[in-house]
Design a protein around this ligand. Structure first.
Ligand code: ADQ
Length: 461
């Protein structure tokens, strides 16, 4: 029997342990990787999340699971520390100050080595495909271990300007780690260009030739732009299905007569949730009639609760939601702001996408943002006339030209953009959503993975 054609390395295996046993996980990276791996006979090497005795396969997930187990100390240093408190804020342009800690760095190095030593499936022709900022040292470690294999790296987050990157004490070994790949790819041209500039600045002996980096030992590493996407056809099929319809009907009744604005994010400080709420507050202050006519539903998925900055963000968001509802709820009427602190099941999420007149995707910084692509796809599926208000600091803004763009750092400007979204003519809105849905359909997640596999082939010619 032949082994998998594609072996992905990503921080966490796509499995969660719940009351009913093990089930496939959700989230940005899983949403994208899963269909790609299922199409290509894939395997996934990842941290087991502390679940012992994981089976090699799980029902409902058509890929091989190759677990890496980590000690509590490794999880603390590598994951909660260096990945989430050093790299994450730095890569997102210093939206929070990153913490530099040499102990965390050592933990990060050790865990990248653990991934490099993971037992790989039989066969020696599989493409090794490394994902995201948790594993930036891994491409070079894999090259030492299996020099003949094609190695790709994809960064899901932004890459910051060279000015910011050079502050990091470990800027050189991390970039050297990435250059172990044959192809390093990014969501946008901007991030790719930042990376190339950082290579020039942080490393001695490398040459940058257009979009390739030539290493001191003469290897050519391609730096590519491959914007990630979703399985658009699957979203369309599900959006039209009876299960979504069943959830949608009661929601329509609940919000009858009001226009619905929607936010869907992990509760992360990069997502601009506080700024979005402040803009809504300003809008309700300036336009009292909207206090009855409008409902804003914010779905916030719990994430990284162990990290101090996230616990503090949650407190601030909940205080602000309370303040806004306290100020603007009219006696005998429903609250203007509905806040759901939880992950919602797929059908319900799609029902909210169908319901929403406006989707507010307003991160301060975001590698891509799949919610934007999901919303336009689901709206487009039923000829919807929704409006996407989209931050210019997302990767998605480089692709979704029909969105109403905004600068989320400018709260007044954001309030104006939201007000403008409510006044657009219906035909105009419908046309824009349809155009964006077509663009996502033509550049779906299978297109994304094929782009990377072709670039890898090309790099080895
Ligand atoms: P994330 O930061 O997690 O991803 P995003 O791209 O928006 O952000 O993906 C979130 C995913 O989780 C979406 O598929 C969405 O449907 C789902 N989701 C969000 N809220 C949910 C909820 N309340 N209930 C259920 N599901 C929910 C990271 C990067 C992004 C990049 C992706 C993929 O930060 O910039 O787009 O990886 O590369």
């Amino acid at each position: 029997m032949t082994g998998p054609a594609l072996v992905a390395f990503a921080n966490r295996l796509p499995v969660v342990a719940g009351r009913g046993g093990l089930r496939p996980a959700a989230g940005g990276l899983v949403t994208a990787l899963r269909p790609a791996l299922e199409q290509h006979r894939g395997a996934w090497v990842g941290w087991d999340g502390g679940v012992e005795g994981l089976p090699p396969r799980l029902q409902g997930l058509d890929l091989d699971l190759l677990p890496v187990s980590l000690t509590r100390r490794e999880v603390a240093d590598y994951y909660h520390g260096f990945a989430n408190r050093t790299l994450w804020p730095l890569l997102h342009g210093w939206v929070e100050p990153p913490v530099f800690d040499a102990g965390w760095w050592r933990g990060y190095c050790a865990v990248n080595e653990r991934f490099a030593a993971a037992e790989l499936p039989d066969g020696d022709d599989a493409v090794l495909w490394v994902h995201d900022y948790h594993l930036m040292l891994l491409p070079a470690l894999l090259r030492e271990r299996c020099p003949g294999r094609p190695i790709g790296f994809f960064l899901h987050t932004p890459f910051p300007s060279a000015e910011l990157w050079r502050r990091l004490p470990w800027r050189a070994p991390l970039v050297e780690g990435l250059l172990g790949a044959d192809v390093v790819s990014f969501q946008t041209e901007e991030y790719r260009d930042h990376f190339l500039r950082s290579c020039r600045r942080s490393l001695v002996g490398v040459r940058v030739e257009e979009a390739a980096v030539v290493t001191p030992d003469g290897r050519r590493v391609l730096a590519e732009v491959h914007p990630i996407s979703i399985d658009a056809r699957d979203f369309v099929a599900r959006a039209r299905g009876p299960a979504v319809e069943r959830v949608l009907q009661p929601l329509r009744r609940q919000f009858e007569g009001r226009r619905v604005l929607l936010g869907v994010d992990r509760l992360d400080y990069t997502k601009g949730i506080l700024e979005r709420l402040r803009a809504i507050e300003l809008l309700l202050e300036r336009r009292p009639e909207l206090r009855r006519d409008l409902a804003f539903v914010q779905i916030a998925v719990p994430t990284r609760g162990e990290v101090r900055e996230y616990a503090s963000l949650r407190r601030q968001v909940e205080e602000l939601v309370g303040r806004i509802n306290g100020r603007f709820t009219e006696p005998g009427r429903d609250v203007p702001l509905h806040y759901l602190y939880r992950g919602v099941p797929g059908d319900r999420l799609l029902a909210y996408y169908r319901l929403a007149d406006v989707c507010l995707v307003t991160p301060l910084r975001d590698g891509m943002n799949l919610v934007a692509k999901e919303y336009v796809t689901v709206q487009g599926a039923e000829g919807g006339a929704g409006v996407l208000v989209l931050s210019e600091f997302t990767g998605a803004a480089a692709e979704l030209a029909g969105a109403l763009t905004c600068n989320p750092w400018d709260v007044e400007g954001l309030a104006d953009a939201i007000a403008a979204s409510l006044d657009l003519a219906e035909d105009y809105r419908r046309g824009r959503i349809a155009d964006m849905a077509t663009s996502v359909d033509e550049h779906d997640v299978f297109w994304w993975v094929n782009q990377q596999l072709s670039a890898l082939e090309q790099s080895r010619e």
